[in-house]
Design a binder for this molecule. Structure first.
Ligand SMILES: NC(=O)c1ccc[n+]([C@@H]2O[C@H](COP(=O)([O-])OP(=O)(O)OC[C@H]3O[C@@H](n4cnc5c(N)ncnc54)[C@H](OP(=O)(O)O)[C@@H]3O)[C@@H](O)[C@H]2O)c1
Length: 311
């Protein structure tokens, strides 16, 4: 099968493309900038073609879909910047893509990434826009499957690597807010395998699956694991909610204006960090035969102890 992968040059996208190739498929990667190192590396692989396109520019989509038999839709943002708002990228962009897919009159299979905690009454605008996107997918008339991952970790991720980098120079790691929220970190290779296997699994059509790891953890526990994997000891400092929100508001204002980049922390993320956000791993494990990878086990591969070779 030839699969259009939107967001294929991103962190999750690169792993999904690798899993597709492993399952014998070909990938057409939609990227806003096909000349980035990540996109070039992908384009150099057999079975991968990178095409220029932006899901906010509907005119760029039909040519990208020309030779595709199915679509894996991974585009998403965790922080807003300029015209890349949650609502535009998640809801409007998904609507553009669904419209372009329907217009082919040929492509039926559509696999969509959402996020754990997505629901209509969610407090964060990230989750609200992901819900609007899910609803558009469900109403599309296509053969859809929706995956809702928890925090995804693996080589090249933003979350674990940011804290690991910070622990190199900082004696403290921050825990914004109450610290009571929880997550179920899931390994990127598990997420990628689910997408690749769902393509040819008719029982996945019309279903929504959580993609979560086996352990529910607070941010403090996640940081403890990261520090242990990096072989460092650091203090963890709780930043009271109001102070964290002021800090996030300043970053949200400054970063896009000064650096033209999304802020490294925003108030939406703080809302999500307060939630007990857990899911059921079993339906996806059972249907797709996914491996169970514990957080510490995945981290050992990301940060192999000195003297051992990274796999
Ligand atoms: N990482 C997690 O822990 C996690 C957890 C749950 C759900 N998710 C979801 O998983 C998906 C992938 O996340 P990720 O961590 O891989 O993020 P990522 O590394 O930032 O990848 C996102 C990709 O989307 C592309 N993109 C953004 N806006 C676009 C647009 N308007 N048109 C076309 N492409 C666009 C980005 O390209 P540029 O480089 O051009 O911006 C990038 O390649 C997202 O939908 C995210 O919400 C992630």
């Amino acid at each position: 099968m030839r699969v259009l992968v939107t967001g294929g040059a991103g962190f999750v996208g690169r792993a999904v493309v690798a899993a597709l190739l492993e399952e014998g498929h070909e990938a057409v990667v939609l990227a806003r900038r096909p000349d980035t190192p990540a996109a070039r590396t992908l384009a150099a692989r057999d079975g991968v073609r990178v095409v220029a396109g932006d899901i906010l520019d509907p005119a760029s989509l039909p040519s990208a879909l020309e030779s595709a038999d199915a679509v894996v839709h991974l585009v998403g943002i965790i922080s807003e910047c300029g015209r890349q708002t949650f609502d535009r990228v998640h809801r409007l962009g998904t609507q553009h893509l669904l419209q372009a897919v329907r217009q082919t009159g040929r492509i039926r299979r559509f696999i969509h990434i959402s996020a754990l905690g997505t629901r209509p009454d969610a407090p964060s605008r990230y989750h609200q826009s992901k819900w609007a996107a899910e609803q558009a997918v469900r109403a599309s008339g296509l053969d859809w499957t929706i995956f809702r991952p928890s925090l995804i970790f693996g080589p090249g991720d933003q979350f674990v690597n940011r804290f690991a980098r910070m622990s190199r120079w900082s004696p403290i790691l921050p825990i914004p807010g109450s610290g009571r929220g929880t997550m179920q970190p899931v390994a990127v290779e598990v997420v990628a395998a689910a997408f690749a296997r769902a393509l040819t699994e008719p029982r996945a059509i019309g279903r929504t699956f959580d993609l979560v790891g086996p352990e529910e953890m607070t941010l403090a526990q996640i940081l403890d694991h990261i520090l242990a994997a990096c072989g460092r000891r650091r203090w963890k400092l709780r930043i009271p909610g109001p102070l964290a929100r002021i800090q996030a508001a300043i970053l949200e204002w400054l970063w896009p204006r000064l650096l033209k980049r999304p802020a490294p922390l925003n108030r939406d993320q703080l809302l999500m960090l307060e939630e007990r956000n857990t899911g059921d791993p079993r339906p996806a494990i059972e249907l797709f035969g996914l491996p169970v990878i514990r957080f510490a086990q995945g981290l050992r591969q990301m940060f192999p102890p000195a003297g051992t070779n990274a796999p």
